[in-house]
Design a protein around this ligand. Structure first.
Ligand SMILES: Nc1ncnc2c1ncn2[C@@H]1O[C@H](COP(=O)(O)OP(=O)(O)OP(=O)(O)O)[C@@H](O)[C@H]1O
Ligand SMILES: [Mg+2]
Length: 494
């Protein structure tokens, strides 16, 4: 129950002062009085907390009422000010502007007085209630007042699934999203091992792997582990290990996020790109062949001008074919198919064939090829399409980024337990700051020299992903203006 507000009446007109005082006392209010603004300020300074509503005459001599109102404003006081004035005119308006709540005329009747005071009291009480509510809410949000129920309510309102385990991989907490996903009733699953409760082998192994990683000191940071399928939904799983102050793994927190919609969109986009690329590949190849036939004079004589134009059309068609191939490779890799089929491969033979195709298409550039392929190399277990993509991309880059008449060296040999492919050119080279990025997706270096050279910036990204999938490494060394060397090492034993 809120107590009655305490009153302070400030007026140098003693008749008014006494009238207010006695009226307020008659209704049980606690009242203090002051006859000047100075006295009022002294009371406020001393007993600020004991004053709730102030009846303040606007006709005080000396410092005046406004100075009292200013002080209240400055100190962000919650005291409600009710002005008293002869006519409640200009001064009253100014006082209300400055923060006073209302004005009572000095000629008030008892009835009028109470109408105004009742309203002021109501207003003050409301403000005080609001303040109390605010404080209560704040204390709920403060950590030390979180009780288990509050925590549970909060955890149940988030749209993600939450699972907490202890170091024995037993469930310590799960929210209602997880209960829905796995059909768990109430707290029934608490204390049980994850493999008994979370009926999803992928999720169980993600948590186990993540805990093992953390135990072996490998990772205590947030790990994006991947996605799982539950009840027709695709959920992204993020697992964080919980560590004690001395670094021991004491549990894990998993968050499950529904990404079904995003996955469908990504899938659709990817399918569209694949479909369009596939549909373009055959007509573009046919176009290239027909252009070559006309260019080579097999369909009749052509003028120099026609030859020039058709030559340009042929170059553009080649570029489009390269882009289509890149997009198809990219899609394959992003679907996790960097390696589709592992078979014993004669890399020498694949490299020979790739060079043949490349030299043929680069004959107008007059590149000097130096190819060294060590004979009788051991067979390499790998993916044929992937290996072809690695060779074609590295050699086509060497040709593309080397001026007419330049030199490209290709070497394939065994080095220790690896098969090593080296592609060296004496072309435009790569600046130091770009070297770290050439394997990024869609990264292309934009300079005067490269701006007329076509490409999508996907080639080296694809190469890197394929090499990674074969557990190999790729190394690049380059000097701007001098040339570039790429070395791919592929382990013979996995
Ligand atoms: N041998 C090289 N010499 C100089 N710069 C190179 C060489 N190989 C790659 N680069 C630079 O690295 C960038 C990325 O190469 P990447 O093969 O990924 O893309 P691209 O050749 O531009 O396009 P594409 O997807 O058609 O291969 C190129 O744009 C080029 O600037
Ligand atoms: Mg390239």
């Amino acid at each position: 129950m809120l107590t009655k507000p305490n009153m302070l009446v400030v007026d140098n007109d003693v008749a008014i002062l006494n009238k207010c005082n006695s009226l307020l006392l008659s209704r049980g209010f606690q009242v203090s009085t002051a006859e000047s603004s100075k006295e009022a300020l002294q009371i406020l300074e001393k007993y600020h907390r004991d004053v709730d509503i102030m009846l303040l005459s606007l006709e005080l001599p000396g410092l005046g009422a406004m100075s009292v109102i200013e002080v209240l404003k400055k100190t962000k006081s919650k005291i409600l000010v009710m002005a008293i004035s002869t006519d409640c005119g200009e001064e009253a308006i100014a006082a209300i502007h400055a923060g006073a709540y209302d004005c009572i005329r000095k000629t008030f009747t008892t009835e009028r007085f109470w109408t105004k005071i009742d309203r002021a009291v109501e207003r003050f009480t409301l403000a005080r209630q609001l303040e109390i509510l605010k404080k209560q809410r704040l204390s709920i949000l403060k950590k030390d007042s979180y009780d288990e129920d509050t925590m549970r309510t909060i955890m149940n309102t988030i749209p993600e699934g939450l699972i907490v385990t202890d170091h024995h991989e037993r469930i310590v907490f799960y929210n209602s999203k997880v209960a829905d996903l796995f059909g768990l009733q109430g707290d029934a699953a608490l204390g049980l091992p994850i493999e008994k409760t979370l009926k999803n082998a992928d999720l169980v192994s993600f948590i186990t792997e993540s805990m093992n990683l953390s135990r072996s000191g490998h990772s205590s940071v947030h790990q994006k582990v991947g996605s799982i399928e539950i009840e027709g939904l695709t959920m992204r799983v993020l697992i964080n290990s919980i560590e004690s102050d001395d670094g021991k793994t004491i549990g894990s927190v998993s968050m499950l996020q529904d990404v079904s919609q995003k996955k469908t969109m990504d899938q659709l986009k990817g399918d569209l790109v694949s479909m369009v690329s596939h549909e373009l590949k055959a007509p573009l190849s046919a176009l290239l062949m027909q252009l070559s036939v006309v260019l080579d004079g097999l369909a009749g004589d052509i003028t120099t001008k026609q030859k020039d134009l058709l030559g340009k059309a042929k170059q553009r068609t080649k570029r489009m074919i390269a882009l289509v191939n890149d997009l198809l490779d990219l899609r394959r890799i992003e679907e996790g198919k960097a390696v589709v089929e592992i078979e014993p491969l004669d890399l020498g033979e694949i490299l020979h064939r790739s060079i043949d195709i490349m030299t043929l298409s680069s004959k107008d550039k007059n590149i000097n090829f130096d190819v060294k392929i060590v004979e009788n190399l051991p067979l390499f277990s790998g993916d044929r399409t992937g290996m072809e993509a690695v060779f074609v991309n590295l050699i086509s880059n060497a040709i593309k980024y080397t001026s007419t008449g330049g030199r490209v060296q290709v070497e394939l040999k065994k080095s220790g337990k690896d098969i090593r492919i080296k592609v060296v050119d004496n072309g435009i080279g790569i600046e130091k700051e770009d070297l770290d990025h050439v394997f990024d997706r869609f990264y292309r270096i934009k300079t005067e020299q490269t701006k007329s050279i076509g490409g999508s910036g996907l080639g080296l990204y694809i190469v890197k992903r394929i090499v990674d999938a074969h557990r190999g490494t790729i190394y690049v060394e380059s000097k701007a203006g001098k040339g570039t060397m790429f070395i791919v090492s592929l382990p013979l034993e996995k």
